[in-house]
Design a protein around this ligand. Structure first.
Ligand code: ZN
Length: 324
């Protein structure tokens, strides 16, 4: 079984909540059998509190758009949101001057998004089946989507193909380093926490990434300069992990402060937050890394050539956030 990010076939197995997870020994990507497409659709239609989650992500969306907007000055700039859902992010994008396009597999969400933006703007189906022409979009985003697709490499490669040369991509995924740490800690306190109605806070999706696995993935797909950093967290407790909202909020503040501090102290080597953002060094005159003030992920398409999948420095320990 080859790793989807780095191609290694060296791995070991974890058992978490009666599920087997395969962990790549080279890049740390963790993955498991994929739930069927129907199960994913059922989850997002019937379980996921999309309105509450969207409201919690609004500050993140805003920061993402501020950064994306610094990457292009084109008055007709276009953005494709993969897994656009009901169109919450695209709604904010349209307000800030982007021409919105979306791809979504959930029919109910497509209906709502098409009411907002028009049928031509929203494709019902997978990214591959949309068959967009090459070099089409100024920006492509996929927030918390790569964690549940069949083949992350195929998705990122397709994003590369449909981006204009010099275009920007924004990707947000879960960080396996954080999830494993939380899993270990929570197992020890679970008997007490369970009695208090606190649900386990770790989230192991089909794919859970490490910073280095993302770097392999994006370089193999063609992106040359990538930056990886902690994503800002969603606000509040949209998934109701605990009966005590203040507890979740306090824990998030502590986690965000600690991981941000470690990121700064290590000069970007330790990226340990719950979610990761992939991007390129900002074109802002101030030279800030993407989303530091608000959150998000992105990378830039290399207009000229595909880099080697194993560029020097990638496999030499923890990665810096903005190295090429
Ligand atoms: Zn790997």
């Amino acid at each position: 079984m080859k790793c989807n990010c780095c191609g290694s076939d060296r791995h070991y197995i974890h058992e978490i909540n009666q599920h087997h997870f395969t962990n790549c020994a080279q890049c740390g990507l963790m993955f498991t059998d994929r739930p069927t497409k129907d199960r994913i659709i059922d989850h997002y239609r019937e379980v996921d509190p999309h309105e509450t989650v969207a409201a919690a992500k609004r500050p993140f969306f805003k920061a993402a758009l501020v950064h994306l907007s610094t990457q292009t000055r084109d008055p007709d700039r276009s953005i494709l949101d993969v897994g656009c859902g009901f169109g919450y992010f695209l709604e904010d994008a349209a307000k800030t001057g982007w021409v919105p396009f979306g791809v979504e597999i959930l029919e109910d969400a497509v209906t709502v998004a098409r009411d907002r933006f028009g049928k031509k703007q929203i494709f019902h189906g997978s990214l591959q089946s949309a068959r967009y022409p090459s070099n089409t979009f100024h920006a492509v985003t996929a927030w918390d989507v790569l964690v549940v697709v069949d083949d992350p490499f195929r998705e990122v490669r397709e994003c590369y193909r449909i981006l204009k040369p010099g275009g920007t991509i924004g990707i947000r995924v879960r960080n396996v380093l954080f999830e494993k740490a939380v899993y270990t800690v929570f197992r020890t306190i679970q008997p007490v926490a369970g009695k208090m109605g606190i649900r386990h806070p770790y989230v192991f999706h089909t794919y859970c990434f490490t910073p280095i696995s993302l770097k392999y993935l994006f370089h193999r797909a063609g992106f040359e300069r990538v930056s990886i950093e902690n994503s800002p967290l969603t606000k509040g407790d949209p998934y109701a992990y605990t009966p005590f909202r203040w507890l979740t909020t306090s824990a998030k503040v502590m986690v965000e402060t600690l991981t941000s501090r470690l990121f700064s102290l290590s000069n970007g080597r330790w990226v340990l937050g719950p979610s990761l953002l992939v991007g390129q060094p900002s074109r802002d005159p101030g030279g800030r890394t993407p989303f530091r003030s608000g959150g998000g992920i992105q990378t830039s398409r290399n207009p000229a050539r595909l880099p080697s999948p194993l560029k020097s420095g990638i496999s030499q320990g923890p990665m810096r956030s903005t190295s090429g």
